[in-house]
Design a protein around this ligand. Structure first.
Ligand SMILES: [Zn+2]
Length: 231
């Protein structure tokens, strides 16, 4: 074994706490157990029984919820005998009429397209593992992209924002919540469930076990360290 290959092996056994950078040698916990940073109590590894199947199922649920919510009525507002119902899709289009294209594109991206992209990436990465097949090409890059997109997936924040805004509007007009609002509310619950099930370390580990060919294709040690540090 060459020296480079040897130190790569060594790095594989290390895990860094994403919060305080403490380094640990990995002893993979059993399903249901958790590895916690001794210094700052950040959860490092938390494998869940049947996690891959659950994450893929929840990603599918997110896809269906988002695509349906896009075209369903979101709100109906009544004031002085006038009423208006609108979907998110129509709301975005009305922005573009008012020369606020950038805003409408931005809002649609954060609340619809980024969450859809994340769900598709997770299905792409974990779908093959779920049925015991080797990962598809660039599965690691896809998983890294999905993790990078995570802070930009704002469907939940959107629901909270709408909720707060409605408290104000409710004084001025009669507001009826449409089906899309409840779909978004369901989305918040599904996203929380998915986040609680998704153990990053376990996914990286599963990808490594299932397909070492990408490591041989020249993944640098810096990349390996960064992957571990991302948890
Ligand atoms: Zn820590």
């Amino acid at each position: 074994m060459t020296r480079a290959a040897h130190s790569h092996r060594d790095l594989d056994d290390l895990i860094a706490c994403p919060t305080c950078d403490a380094l640990y040698r990995v002893h993979a916990p059993q399903n249901g157990e958790r590895a916690v940073c001794a210094r700052c109590h950040t959860v490092l590894i938390a494998p869940v029984e049947g996690a891959i199947f659950r994450i893929v199922a929840l990603a599918l649920a997110i896809l269906i919820l988002l695509i349906t919510a896009l075209f369903m009525p979101f709100l109906k507002i009544e004031a002085n005998g006038l009423s208006n119902a609108t979907s998110i899709y129509e709301a975005a289009l009305s922005f573009s009429k008012a020369h606020m294209v950038a805003l409408s594109v931005g809002v649609m991206a954060l609340i619809i397209f980024v969450p859809i992209a994340r769900a598709l990436l997770l299905i792409y990465v974990l779908g093959p593992l779920m049925i015991g097949r080797p990962p598809l090409p660039a599965a690691r890059a896809a998983f890294r992209l999905s993790e990078d997109l995570r802070p930009w997936s704002m469907a939940e924040i959107f629901v909270l924002g709408v909720g707060v805004a409605l408290v104000k509007v409710a004084d001025l007009a009669r507001v009826e919540l449409g089906a899309a609002f409840w779909l978004f509310a369901a989305l918040v619950v599904v996203s929380i469930l998915q986040d609680g099930t998704l153990c990053r370390w376990s996914v990286w580990h599963a990808l490594e076990e299932a397909g070492p060919e990408e490591a041989e294709a020249g993944i640098s040690q810096d990349d390996a360290v960064r992957d571990v540090a991302h948890g």
